[in-house]
Every structure is written in structure tokens, then in C-alpha cells.
Design a binder for this molecule. Sequence first.
Ligand SMILES: [Zn+2]
Length: 319
Amino acid sequence: MHKISIPNDYPVELPTPDIEPYATGNTGVPFVWQFDSGVPGPNVMVSAIVHGNEPCGAIALDWLLRQQIRPVAGLLTLAFVNVAAYRAFDPADPNATRWMDEDMNRVWDKSVLDSDRSSSELERARELRPILDGIDVLLDIHSMQHLAPPLMMTGRHVRAKDLARKVGVPERVVGDAGHAAGRRMRDYGDFDDPTSAKTALLIECGQHWEAAAGALAHESMLRFLVATGTLTMDVLAEYADAPAQKCFTVVEAVTIESEAFRFAQPFTGGEIISETGTLIGHDGDSAIFTTADNTMLVMPSKRLWKGQTAVRLATPDTQ
Ligand SMILES: [Zn+2]
């Protein structure tokens, strides 16, 4: 196992529900459940714990399964993804178990999945692949290293941004093309095909272990399932209207090229930098500046390693 050593600044407020009762699944794939309404409609999936130290999605799926919620149209598929890393989670060292061998949200290139390379994450991705091939609409639930405003990441295509607006939360919606280090599950196959109708969203619910991330995972999952026609409006009875959303598009992913990347300030993400040409950080000897007014910093990383994304820069959409 490749343990990650990063000091933790945040309290662990969220519990990690026991998901072992869901191990058998009912699809032939462990920890994957599928319910058929018997009525025509899309195959809609909600996935959790692609990263083992992000319990908010597991909390949402655990609730849905315990309540025995069933779809009113189409199929509802529920997947606990990186179970091995989730099982290894230790609240005393909560950054250590994001993955076992490698980042499971960077292995979803078909060429990588088809290769003979092996890792805990690749084996699990290959097991999940036939399920994912049948999915029409995906919500993949994540959380962030830093305390920052939640984000809905929509990939490159307008159809996912349209779905994010139908879901209605969180307030900030970000179109993006992923990471140089490898393809995310939300960009797998047809989800990233401009000609396909298949759509995927990735929500970042807040800091990994803050209580509010658990609440947003729950709310966004229910709103997503209503937006896709899988559940009816009554499941949203306890929620007030969501505030108006703001949409952004990532214009640059800053990929680390040196062995020594450092930020110019202790950024945590969500900062909107009004002036073009503001210094963000240094990658070795080269300085990195904003290249547009009102640039939002998207998820500055603590894992400042060569080849990884240090931060993404997004600008507001003109609407
Ligand atoms: Zn994640």
C-alpha cells in the first residue's frame, strides 16, 4: 500500500458508516446494488468512495439503502467504489488512505483499463467497468482536502452543465476537462463523448470530514435523483429552494513540471482573484500568474508532486 503522508488540519466530524452489510451486492459485483422500477427510464447511478477517505458519499448511499428507496422509473444503481481504501480509513491519520496503490480517479482511460498493468484500484475499476458501461447518468460523490465552497464538476460538455442546473446545488458549477495525470470515472467512455447523451456529474461536497459535506451529499443525491426522474419531488419536502447558481469553466489546469512547486499564498480553493497577472505560485523557477480577471482557484492541492495538478483556474461563464 502506498500511504500518503500529509499533515491534517481538519477535525473528523463525519462518521464512516459500516458498509459491510452491502458487500454481496445484487449485480454480481461486490458492493454494487441495482434496482429496476419496471418502468422505462434511464439507468441512473450514484457512486461513493472512489477515494477511501471521503465518507460523505458512503453516508448518503447507506441512508438510501437503509430506507429501501426504490426508483419510480428506470434503474437505480448504487456503488461503493474503492472499498479497500475505505476499509483502511483511520480517523487518526485520515489523509493516509485516499487510495491503496494509486488514485482511482485517474485510471479510467480505456487503454489503461485494457493494459496488463495491475493495482488494487485497477482491479476494482475492471470489476466495475461492465456496470459503468450500462449507466446513462452518473453522480459521483466526492469531497475536498481544504475547507472551501462546494463545487459541481461537469466535465467538458454542455449537457452536464444543464443537468447540474436541474440538480440546483451546490451554488458553484464548474466545467472542466480533468487532469493530465489520468482520466476520471466521470469522464469514462461515453460520458466524455460529445455525440453521446450519457451524462456524468462529480460533486465536491466540502472538506472531507466536515459535517456539512455529509448533509450536502444527501441533499445533492436526492435532488439528482429527482432531476433524472428516478424519484419524485416529495423526497425534497424538507429542502428550501436552493440559491441561484454561478457557472464557471476551467481555462487552465496547472500541472506540476518541477520537483518544487509552491503556492504564493495559503490558498484553500474558491478564492476569486479579481486581477489578471496576480501571482499564484512558483513551479521550480517559473512564476505562475492568473491570465484573466475574476479567476476562481479550483481545489489547490496539498499533494504537490511532479505530474499532478497543483490547481485549476476557472473563469465565470458569460450568460
Ligand atoms: Zn475525491
